[in-house]
Design a protein around this ligand. Structure first.
Ligand SMILES: NC(=O)c1ccc[n+]([C@@H]2O[C@H](COP(=O)([O-])OP(=O)(O)OC[C@H]3O[C@@H](n4cnc5c(N)ncnc54)[C@H](OP(=O)(O)O)[C@@H]3O)[C@@H](O)[C@H]2O)c1
Length: 356
């Protein structure tokens, strides 16, 4: 444990820069993790581009990773041991350099660490973590869906239907799987290219609508024909997808006798926005709701994630493992930003970074 390489954002909007970082020391409830698997997420490039995220600089980005425990905080000596295999999500309120994920040794708080057995691949775990935290925050804490039951023994929600728009995004696949495991009836969308993967995540979906239909009216009609919906989650969250989903909701509301407001829960944070005809869009930073709820957080990191990954009840998205270590990340984020990644998660091993 002699040196630690990190990928920094030196100042707001500046290009990424490789450099040496201090090896963090764990506080009582923290672990230092030798980080061998970083999964890349859209937030990783958004944070470099936008001023909407209040972080201090130099900043080390990244939100999901996996590896082995290197050092254990004094209060965790009975819970963790050196070389335990773990996956972790970054707690969003933490932005100390040691907590950045794009580095070889990362400081993690026990609250957001899942212990893995030897059967679980570290790449699979880091690829799964960010979407699971967000979906639990969105579908359970914010939207009020039940928790899923991995044994499928208590699923009582079939009469309730959820539309997951953008089911071929990482977030959408996870939301569709989660809702299915919690017993809801799921309608989702995909491009034809990713349809098989969406079916793998959510084999019980009653419909997987092609969201690449070139005529918007036909897409809206297809969504309407599978409705009405008790819950709506737009995993893409762009103005264009909000508009498509809102048009479908308006048509459904016109044909129903209910006059209550319909909420489109969106992956784009920004609070609540009133659209036309009693439809509202609501978007939050969903991991925050998991961080705030100790019971849900413990269930997620101590039960659902480790048990679901071991039993393979939690599906893993297609993964592209890219060589080159931390130095490859800026180019990969450019690919993501340009829309060049479809239906897969990019994963990097920081220990493949060339020394300099
Ligand atoms: N608010 C939160 O807490 C939160 C949490 C996590 C993620 N997010 C946000 O949620 C969004 C999705 O994240 P992610 O990790 O799931 O991204 P991702 O896996 O990289 O999403 C890429 C996929 O989205 C689909 N897609 C892109 N544009 C689309 C469109 N116009 N209509 C339908 N599908 C489209 C594509 O599927 P096809 O190729 O099959 O069309 C593509 O495979 C990002 O903007 C991310 O920042 C928000």
């Amino acid at each position: 444990m002699s040196s630690n390489l990190a990928l920094y954002i030196p100042s707001p909007h500046a290009p990424f820069s490789l450099g040496h970082a201090e090896i963090p020391e764990p506080g009582p409830h923290e672990l230092v993790i030798k980080n061998t698997s970083v999964a890349l997420n859209p937030l990783d490039y958004k944070i470099q581009q936008s001023s909407a995220f209040p972080v201090s600089y130099p900043y080390i980005a990244g939100v999901s990773f996996a590896g082995t425990v290197e050092k254990v905080g004094s209060a965790l000596q009975t819970k963790f041991r050196r070389l335990d295999r773990v996956a972790a999500g970054r707690i969003s309120s933490h932005s100390e350099p040691g907590e950045g994920v794009f580095q070889q040794y990362v400081l993690a708080h026990e609250d957001a660490v899942a212990k893995l057995d030897e059967t679980v691949s570290l790449d699979d775990a880091s690829a799964v973590i960010p979407s699971i935290i967000s979906v639990v925050g969105a579908l359970h804490v914010c939207m009020g869906l039940s928790l899923p039951d991995l044994n499928h023994t208590h699923n009582q929600n079939h009469e309730k239907k959820i539309l997951v728009y953008g089911g071929s995004s990482t977030l959408g696949m996870r939301a569709a799987e989660y809702a299915m495991q919690a017993g809801y009836t799921v309608v989702t969308t995909s491009s034809p290219a990713n349809r098989a993967q969406v079916s793998r995540f959510c084999p019980q979906a009653v419909a997987i609508i092609d969201h690449t239909i070139p005529v918007e009216e036909a897409l809206v009609k297809a969504i309407v024909s599978e409705g009405p919906y008790d819950y709506i989650f737009d995993a893409i969250g762009t103005p264009a997808t909000t508009s498509i989903v809102a048009k479908a909701v308006l048509q459904l509301n016109c044909t129903s006798s209910t006059t209550t407001t319909t909420t489109i829960w969106s992956s784009r944070p920004g609070g609540t926005e009133d659209l036309l005809g009693g439809v509202q869009r609501r978007g939050e930073s969903y991991p925050h709701f998991v961080e705030e709820d100790e019971g849900v957080r413990r269930w997620l990191f101590e039960e659902y994630l480790p048990l679901g990954l071991t039993s393979k009840t939690i599906s893993v998205p297609d993964i592209e493992k890219v060589g080159g270590g931390l130095g490859s990340i800026p180019g990969l984020l450019d690919r993501m930003r340009g829309g060049g990644i479809s239906g897969k998660k990019l994963v990097v091993d920081p220990w493949e970074t060339e020394q300099f």
